[in-house]
Design a protein around this ligand. Sequence first.
Ligand code: IPE
Ligand code: IPE
Ligand code: MG
Length: 246
Amino acid sequence: MKTGSGGEEAPLPRHVAIIMDGNGRWAKARNLPRSVGHERGVEALRKTVEGARDLGLSHLTVFSFSTENWRRPVSEVNALFGLLKMYVSQDLKKLKADGVRIRVLGTRAGLPEDVRLLVDQAQSETCHNDKFNLCIAFNYGGREELMRAARQLAADVVKGVADLDDFDEESFGQYLDTRGLPDPDLVIRTSGEMRISNFLIWQAAYTELVFMDVLWPDFRPKHLNEAIASYQTRQRRFGGLAVGSL
Ligand code: IPE
Ligand code: IPE
Ligand code: MG
């Protein structure tokens, strides 16, 4: 991975987002319950957050529970809620001390009260931090986020708070859970699956995608470095022309 030292131009992505996939297959390959795969996934998350901070990234978003994941057995859903609670309660003190700002993207609807309270606590206790932004997409789905935004916008128009004549993509972005965040430059998906699964579908319009064969519990900072190295070889054109091709 190029770090930009030595005068080389190799910008780091400002915002990396990860679809942490493959916990179940990791467990299955070892004849272990899926919940063990999810537990090991939390360890991989801790290492990844450290690795991202060490690299000097400013924004990391991780997809940890989708609005579609409610289709899983109740026991697995409950285990995932338990792990979120465990991660936030065990790591909040350290994350706070390290200057990490936590944001939880997604709808609070349907979440148990204790999860909601913990999420609110993590957000409010870290809202003044600015060294590193960790966003956890939990109970998140891109379509649900867009529907919620559209509903809120319609309500604001009725109230006279929003003016449709004066409305653009940037103002719409203010209605999304990601308001104030840069769009992801790079989305990584582990486990070899090559799909977006309803993740940041508005924000990832021009994101570079890296699909990796590693299962999430095996993901380490070296895999993050590899994905960033691949990102750094990409030419981003945003619909325009490559620099120098005119
Ligand atoms: C990712 O691992 C974690 C969540 C989606 C919550 P999976 O649980 O999807 O693992 P696989 O895809 O079944 O291997
Ligand atoms: C995407 O993984 C959601 C998360 C990683 C939280 P899934 O395992 O739920 O995705 P699909 O169902 O295989 O597309
Ligand atoms: Mg999966």
